[in-house]
Design a binder for this molecule. Sequence first.
Ligand code: GLN
Length: 587
Amino acid sequence: MKYVVVSGGVISGVGKGIIASSAGLLLQSKGLVVSSIKIDSYINIDAGTMSPLEHGEVYVADDGGEMDLDLGNYERYLLTTLGRDHNLTTGKIYQQVIDAERVGHYLGKTVQVVPHVTDAIQAWIERVARVPVDESGAEPDVCTIELGGTVGDIESSPFIYALAQLRKRAGKGNFVQIHVSFVPIVPPGASGEQKTKPTQRSTGDVRRAGLNPDLIACRCAVPLDPATTEKIASMCSVEPEQVFGVHDVSSTYHVPILLERQNFLYAISKYLDIPSSLPRTPTQRIADGSHMWKDWVDLIQSQEAIQDTLSIPIALVGKYVSHKDAYLSISKSLEHAAMYCHKRVEIIWINASDLDPESYIDSPAKYHKAWHDLCSARGVLVPGGFGVRATTGMIKAINWARINNKPFLGVCLGMQLAIIEYSQSIGIEDPGSEEPHPLAKNNVIVYMPETDKDKLGGTMRLGKHPCIFQKDTEWSKVRALYGPVSRIEERHRHRYEVNPDMVDRLEEAGLSFVAKDETGKRMEIVELRNHPWFVGVQFHPEYLSRVLRPSKVFLGFFAAATGTRCLEKVTEALEQGCRSLERIDSI
Ligand code: GLN
């Protein structure tokens, strides 16, 4: 097993995940099977109980693992399928060590951070790195390991110690370490100077901690001056070829291309002893052959040529919009769909509370602006969420979309609120959901008995579950996109569901539950037939959307927002297995 370890310094959020994903993508382009591990040094077992406002979205794996959002980057870039164990946290390691201690595993020894915790970390990495992650079922050749946070944090020291030992165990030719740093420009602007001191300091910190960066990737607003590269190289005792610049680009999908232009793959391959004669195509082991470096470059470069005038405004009506990372997979999925259609997406972030008539009293300006934004959008998306706050505003947005024939997509909570909205419109008295409205007269959304609402971590209905298209739903627009299959699988994360006792009444009133779970009792997809696109899904299609394989649900929604003809074209293109629309600029 070969390892690519990515650490970060100076500031957090410097882009380690994207650089690790880019390294993975370039290694895949050589035909290697690449896996990815993310280390988070927090004590939480997983990200499941963390606030989206503080930590961004919770990313859900096939196996139901609730993970850090960076794991989504790996799956999106590399077309891999990771599991809960690919996200290693201090909480998981200590839980394992303490459980082992309780059953007498350590035979009377004093259990210590070194060697017991650090050994457990290495054993975890070595075990998980070998788990197959793609359709080939082959054991990975390389595993990237992203060390969350910045080097120097107290919490990360056991991980750094363990990685330094892992470097020895892996042996020469099997380990490369990339340190991602930040080069500020002082004063900011064209006349500013690129400052190398933070990079020098943080590289020194990594060395003092026991790791030795082989490559230094420098994030900077603009391309690195050759003089900056030289200076970093000489002050950090590396060669200029070991220093890479990653400047701001219009989309993170350019980063692998940017790095490759600087011979990044060649540099990594040298440390990993990867023969240069491996064919430079990734198709060998990826079964459907769709994941090709060439496809990536073509797609990303063709996107460059698309003008902003081809941008489709989509309203994202949520409660965490002040923190855009809370909807990372959603915005990525919209981007993937837009790329497929050779368009751009302009996400209009609307704070759902501002649409609530009650907010008018506090701030009429905000209320009017929110409604103006909603009305100027070509599609309305209500994403997942928890609790009662802002649900009135979301229901208002859904109502507007339904009545005005605007394409609407409701994801999870968004789907549940669409059911409430429809129930209101057909005269069901005081319809609600047990989550936000425990005292409503008619709860159309109810608590799922098998989940646990008192214990929060890992107790929802999580991960991949089948959804079965129902009889006589061939007319369904969303079904058409999935092709001739009647059973699909999507990832879930919810505690509430459509009340099975209300289904008949809602169907009689015109709402169609086009897909249900395998028991037929749990509603998975709801759709309105006589509407350009009114679809609610109980699952989260955004977790399975990939750069080169966009989610069908998002694709349908985005295409419908672009225009009915675009939706027809996309449906046709998918039927024929096209990887993107040829040209629909005129639509
Ligand atoms: N809060 C809702 C539930 O638990 C919706 C969850 C979500 O949107 N992820 O069912």
